[in-house]
Design a protein around this ligand. Sequence first.
Ligand SMILES: Cc1cc2nc3c(=O)[nH]c(=O)nc-3n(C[C@H](O)[C@H](O)[C@H](O)COP(=O)(O)O)c2cc1C
Length: 311
Amino acid sequence: MNKFLFGRLWLSPMEGVSDLGFRTICNDSGASLTFTEMIRASSLVQGNKATLSLVDTFTHSPPTGIQLLVNKKEILQKALAMIREGIETKDGRFSNLSVIDLNFGCPSPEIIQIGQGPAMLKRITRMKELLTVLRKESPLPCGIKIRLGLNDREKKEKIYLRILEIANDLGLDYLTVHPKTAADSSLAPIDWKALEEIISHAKIPIMGNGFVVDGPSARKMLDAGCKAVMIARASVGNPHIFSEIETFLTTGRKIAPANPSDYQAAWKRYSSIATRYGTNKKYYEYHQKMFELRMKGDQGYHSPLRILKWV
Ligand SMILES: Cc1cc2nc3c(=O)[nH]c(=O)nc-3n(C[C@H](O)[C@H](O)[C@H](O)COP(=O)(O)O)c2cc1C
């Protein structure tokens, strides 16, 4: 059996999506680990208020990993020290965190231009320094989320195996791979061969990400040897995806997909949490729109989300 400390159904970090309310309703439905959206470590350590508000774990947070975007070891050191201090002083935001994750997957040109995210993958020495700091100074279990490279050339050079080697040697707690390059389109399929290659060389748990949309697609990734699957687009407006998948994994049965009253109930629970914790209205409005689309029978995964340039 594929058992991993943090369960096998993870909610992906999603910018503009993964607020406390959304993470909570996904956890209610069976997501075993959730993540904050990516947080720029340099703004965090400067105490930027908007950035700090993204660490919205409060007291009754579901299991949550904080995802950091960082490319300098000095900044990572400061961010880890800040999290450690928050844990020691029982600061409700930091003391409820379960995991620290570094993002090397974001394909946004704005991020790549400044040498962050997947632009770091080929900088093996810098990556080694950064990940050594992560391993040595993280107060929590820690891992990374990667793509196969910036582009096909880097993928052909298999830089992902060099990153895996570093992660293996350091004994990171996991490595999540979205097996595509940063240049691939959001609808391009994932590269199963590369995923299997990573799994076969791994000495640490590998989490698979990309196009997990139902029980069979989750089963396929777990059967390939992933310890967990990380789900993004299929969960937006549809937290039930987690219970749907868990039922399939445990019983082999497909249950009826969520119906309008399920969406209505999930939206009600989301909005009560968002209101209670004063969630920024941009998240509230986004989720409202996504639930409304689902209620109208629009399978957001195939239509409105397709235009999101992120993936
Ligand atoms: C709206 C949106 C925001 C995202 N933000 C992040 C992010 O902050 N950090 C990250 O690592 N990936 C981010 N991603 C990528 C997803 O985590 C995931 O890797 C990608 O969507 C593939 O998974 P899927 O096929 O299940 O959607 C985002 C994706 C979407 C759709």
